[in-house]
Structure formats: structure tokens, C-alpha cells
Design a protein. Structure first.
Ligand SMILES: [Zn+2]
Length: 191
């Protein structure tokens, strides 16, 4: 069975090297929709693939890009410096912040989050199926597991600015990078 959870963020970027003059030379923003689809061959004790509440780290990930500038780490050093000097919320990423780049990045990170989570309510083999990123109301990019072959980066190449980190309830990113497991709460069965 598959389930899907939607998230939103308002993000700013420049998409270098693309064909559109407006996109490649101008800071601009979009209202992004992110759809995370997860599948499992089994249901947990509450007859769910997993409780959406348990996607709290995925929510933190997507929210880290909200009202943030997504800065491709291949940008010139003077531009990077200008961005960091003039805006507080910056996500420095190893992919171009195109819809495809976000889809790939989010798939990779969400997959790592799920791998790093200990489920405690009888969930089956939870598997990330796809991540869809809508950049406009008419277009989206969708990343699947096979697209992980396009990943040429690690978590260590993704950097969130201090203003983003300061809004997290705990440093989940450090936990993920160091492999410190996210342990879901045990669930009392009331039936
Ligand atoms: Zn754009």
C-alpha cells in the first residue's frame, strides 16, 4: 500500500545554466509543493503504513527551505558571501535548486531519515517510493529510487545557516549525519 503526505515551502533561488533568461539571472521565488509517497507491504497495529505524525523530521527538512534562499554550492564565492551577508535563512546545497534538484535532494535525505528511524508500532518494511516537487501549478519533478544513481553528494555537503538551525526543536540534522537513531515512541495498544 502507498500513502502520500504533502508539505509546502516558499523558497527563493536562481536556476543557473537553464534556458530561461528570467530563471538563470534573477533571484525569484515559488510556492513549492512537496509530495512524499511511502509504501509498505504491511500495516502497523493501527492499520496504517505509518502515522504521518512520525514524519516530523521530513517536515523539519522541508520547513528548513521555507523563506530560505537555496544556494547552489557551485556559485561564485563573492555571490555566496553576498547572500550570507544579506539574508539569514540560507540552505547551501550540492545540486542546482531546480525542481529536479530538489526532488533528488529530498528523496536522498528522506530516504536517509526513514533508514535512520526505529519504528515501534509494528510497521512493515517502510520504503520511500517517490518525492514529487511542484514548482508551479503546472509542472513538477518526481524522483524515484532509481534516481539515486544521480546522487554525487553526501549529507555533509548540505549546510543550513544558523537562522534555520535556531528554529529546530533539536539538532536532527546532526543526529542524521552521525547516524544517531530517531527512536519512535512505544505505542500503548488500547484495543
Ligand atoms: Zn524558479
Amino acid at each position: 500500500m502507498r500513502i502520500r503526505k504533502s508539505f509546502r515551502f516558499e523558497g527563493a533561488h536562481i536556476v543557473r545554466n537553464c534556458s530561461s533568461q528570467r530563471c538563470k539571472y534573477n533571484i525569484h521565488g515559488h510556492s513549492y509543493g512537496v509530495e512524499v509517497t511511502i509504501r509498505s507491504s504491511r500495516l502497523d497495529q493501527g492499520y496504517m503504513v505509518l502515522d504521518f505524525m512520525l514524519l516530523d523530521k521530513v517536515k523539519l527538512l522541508v520547513d528548513s527551505f521555507d523563506h530560505s534562499y537555496s544556494l547552489w554550492n557551485r556559485e561564485a564565492e563573492d555571490f555566496k558571501g553576498w547572500i550570507h551577508k544579506n539574508t539569514q535563512r540560507v540552505a547551501e546545497i550540492p545540486v542546482s535548486p531546480s525542481a529536479e534538484g530538489y526532488a533528488l535532494l529530498f528523496f536522498y535525505v528522506v530516504d536517509r531519515i526513514l533508514e535512520n528511524t526505529i519504528f515501534q508500532n509494528g510497521e512493515g518494511e517502510i520504503e520511500l517510493f517517490s518525492v514529487k516537487v511542484h514548482e508551479t501549478s503546472t509542472g513538477y519533478a518526481e524522483a524515484f529510487r532509481e534516481d539515486l544513481s544521480l546522487v554525487q553528494f553526501t549529507l555533509n555537503e548540505i549546510h543550513f545557516s544558523q537562522a534555520i538551525i535556531d528554529e529546530w526543536p533539536f539538532d536532527w540534522w546532526e543526529s542524521l549525519k552521525t547516524g544517531q537513531k530517531f527512536i519512535n515512541p512505544e505505542v500503548e495498544q488500547n484495543l
